[in-house]
Design a binder for this molecule. Sequence first.
Ligand SMILES: Nc1ncnc2c1ncn2[C@@H]1O[C@H](COP(=O)(O)OP(=O)(O)O)[C@@H](O)[C@H]1O
Ligand SMILES: [Mg+2]
Length: 209
Amino acid sequence: MSSGRFITLEGGEGAGKTTQVRLLVDRLAARGIAAIATREPGGAPGAEDIRHLLVSGDTARWQPMTEALLHTAARVEHVENLVRPTLATGTWVISDRYVDSTRAYQGSAQGVGAEAVLALHDLALGGLMPDLTLVLDLPVELGLARARSRAGGEDRYERMGAAFHIHLRDAFQAMAKAEPQRCVLVDAAGDVDVVAARLWSILASRFTL
Ligand SMILES: Nc1ncnc2c1ncn2[C@@H]1O[C@H](COP(=O)(O)OP(=O)(O)O)[C@@H](O)[C@H]1O
Ligand SMILES: [Mg+2]
């Protein structure tokens, strides 16, 4: 049996990742392609426990390196317990965030260094990378306004200030530009269906659907 495809959605707060991951999975299912939606940090029981440490509480509660290690530890639980076993059955995995978020948030915006984050990723997971990464790009103010309108207390990163979020957007744009084989930068402005259509056309151009 051939492996499923591993697709990640990346981008800042409120870009529409969670919304679009669900729509993608539904649309793949309608085509008869088995796919699961998952997320980081999280996606496996231990990883969800670690998520709670990262997405709530004081913005300064961790040293940046601790934060990079916690994200990496959560990723090991997610990849080894869910991502790899699922791909092995031929089912596609669509993840709301992955290592590019750690590169942007901890590596770049929090100063750990993007190289250090990739070195941790190599050590922890043999550097497993997605087949395709869709980077949702949106002006920071628009994303934060969308994020504020949604419920739930998981807002630790949202509270990190405008300069932090501008830094993140720049980092995501630079990654997409540097890795055009794997990454596509997608305009995330516009209605949900308009963005969904953009994402679907990228998938259709890369894979047999
Ligand atoms: N294209 C869009 N236009 C307007 N609102 C959107 C759009 N996509 C998502 N939203 C809304 O904005 C909020 C943030 O979207 P979400 O998918 O949670 O973003 P993310 O997961 O990237 O932080 C949600 O309330 C969602 O319903
Ligand atoms: Mg989300």
